[in-house]
Design a protein around this ligand. Structure first.
Ligand code: NAP
Ligand code: 8YV
Length: 316
């Protein structure tokens, strides 16, 4: 039997817990076409993560799938319309990663404004002794920060930025009851801020929302921080804007075609790059893994799901 198909995202700790409850099959170990045709009907439960999701052809080959549990809060790799249409709820891991992701956003913010990557390389290389100091960077204090996606993590980012006394602006589909200036136009917010932080979900609705016009509006003295999804930023336009200096700098954790990072970004001196590690601490990944496993066990036992995505509400 292969009742739980593990697409990705499993850790040894999660595997121990899952082994006690389910018969496991690992997508990495199978030849998908043959296996799915012969064994796909046995699969009732699916575990995956943000980058992998559940490809449409795989889901279509699992006629008895009952639930998808996603290790990660972003679930743009899962087609929730198809899942809902088939009566399959999707679960994710909100809240347990808010602080970790916010810490990463803060580190990128500080690194960009204070030119930390170049300063660290300067110290390590011995060039300080030979050449003296680098040109002075700009301060991280009292900036005007525009948040695209003032949700759970967006609010944690705002809280972590507080000691740097920023003015906070935000853009989203709806105005919230918060003491920050709301914009219903992203370009207008970009014009008003000197740091644009993206922490909105990926997917069709936010595809390339941060386009060249928005980047130019942030401007030559501004920084773009992306800890949301790579798909939200037009990466080709970003490379051009950084090269031409119409956008001052960028701090990036996510990219359009992960794990590929375009060489032009890797060569650019005005960017700070991370390999999609915003939630990547031992403690936070364990909490995310436990929540993803808890959802699967709850479902198997016929108990209420702990953290279904909003699109699954009609199924619960
Ligand atoms: P959340 O609480 O649902 O917040 C999402 C925010 O985005 C909301 O404020 C929402 O506001 C806004 N939003 C949603 N759709 C939008 C649209 N089409 N246009 C403009 N704004 C939109 O989610 P969260 O828990 O904070 O997580 C946010 C995202 O961060 C995840 O979906 C994931 O993609 C990303 N993330 C990345 C990492 C990483 O490792 N880099 C880690 C965790 C999360 P409105 O509803 O008012 O529009
Ligand atoms: C994870 C993420 O790195 O939660 C998310 O949306 O992007 C990250 O926390 C990813 O889902 C892999 O588990």
């Amino acid at each position: 039997m292969a009742e739980l198909l593990i697409m990705s995202g499993v850790t040894p700790h999660m595997q121990e817990r899952l082994k006690a409850e389910f018969d496991l099959a690992f997508f990495a170990d199978i030849s998908p076409e043959i296996w799915l045709a012969e064994t796909g009907s046995q699969v009732r439960f699916i575990l995956t993560d943000g980058p992998t999701g559940v490809p449409a052809d795989v889901l279509a080959s699992l006629p008895n799938a009952e639930i998808i549990s996603n290790v990660g809060v972003g679930y743009d790799g899962v087609d929730t319309a198809v899942a809902t249409g088939r009566g399959i709820p999707v679960c994710h891991t909100p809240n347990v990663l808010n602080e970790e992701v916010a810490t990463t956003a803060l580190m990128l913010y500080l690194a960009c404004w204070r030119n930390f990557e170049a300063e660290m390389a300067h110290a390590r290389s011995g060039r300080w002794e030979a050449l003296g100091n680098l040109p002075l960077p700009r301060t991280a204090d009292a900036r005007t920060v525009g948040i695209l996606g003032l949700g759970r993590i967006g609010k944690a980012i705002v809280a972590k930025l507080a000691p740097w006394s920023p003015e906070i602006l935000y853009f989203g589909r709806s105005k919230q009851d918060v003491p920050y200036r709301y914009f219903d136009d992203l370009t207008e917010m970009a014009r008003a801020c000197d740091t644009l932080i993206n922490i909105a979900p990926g997917g069709a609705a936010t595809q390339h929302l941060i386009n060249r016009e928005v980047m130019d509006a942030v401007g030559p003295a501004g920084n773009l921080i992306n800890v949301g999804r790579g798909s939200t930023v037009d990466e080709t336009a970003l490379i051009a804007a950084l090269r031409e200096g119409s956008l001052g700098g960028a701090g990036l954790d996510v990219y359009e075609s992960e794990p590929f990072i375009p060489q032009a970004l890797r060569n650019a001196s005005n960017v700070v790059l991370l390999p999609h590690v915003a939630s990547a601490s031992i403690e936070t990944r364990r909490a995310m893994g436990d929540l993803a496993v808890d959802n699967l066990i709850a479902w198997k036992k016929g108990e209420a799901l702990i953290s279904p995505v909003p699109e699954s509400a009609s199924l619960i």
